[in-house]
Design a binder for this molecule. Structure first.
Ligand SMILES: [Zn+2]
Length: 123
């Protein structure tokens, strides 16, 4: 796991997991109510999101896209996601569980993503 992923696991993810599990208590209409909190999505530029997701941060070669395994050369002129080669949560989990470094590189995955420790967010 990369340095950023390890740092997030030890800090941000600890708090986000606590919010998922315990939520926050808010006084609502005179009574205290507990609301579970989930991280719905991440927003950012390509480089920032790929860094957060422990994905390849080179956008001129293989795997410039977070959603599929298109190459930069084949990406030009494309406006739709391909049916095959999608980086779904299922595909991602299979690749991570196999732990094959070459396969991870082929899919632009540098390390397991810390956000996948969360129960509801799939990066
Ligand atoms: Zn794509």
């Amino acid at each position: 796991m990369g340095d950023l992923q390890q740092q997030m696991s030890k800090t941000l993810l600890v708090e986000l997991k606590e919010l998922e599990k315990e939520g926050i208590v808010i006084k609502y209409r005179g009574s205290r109510r507990r609301f579970k909190v989930i991280l719905l999505t991440l927003a950012g530029d390509n480089l920032g999101l790929n860094q957060l997701g422990a994905l390849c941060t080179c956008f001129s070669g293989n795997n410039p896209c977070r959603m599929c395994n298109v190459t930069a050369r084949n990406l030009k002129g494309k406006y739709e996601l391909p049916v095959q080669g999608l980086k779904t949560a299922e595909v991602y989990d299979q690749i991570i569980s196999r732990g094959d470094a070459e396969e991870m590189v082929d899919w632009g995955i540098r390390a397991p993503c810390a956000f996948n420790e969360l129960q509801y967010l799939v990066f």
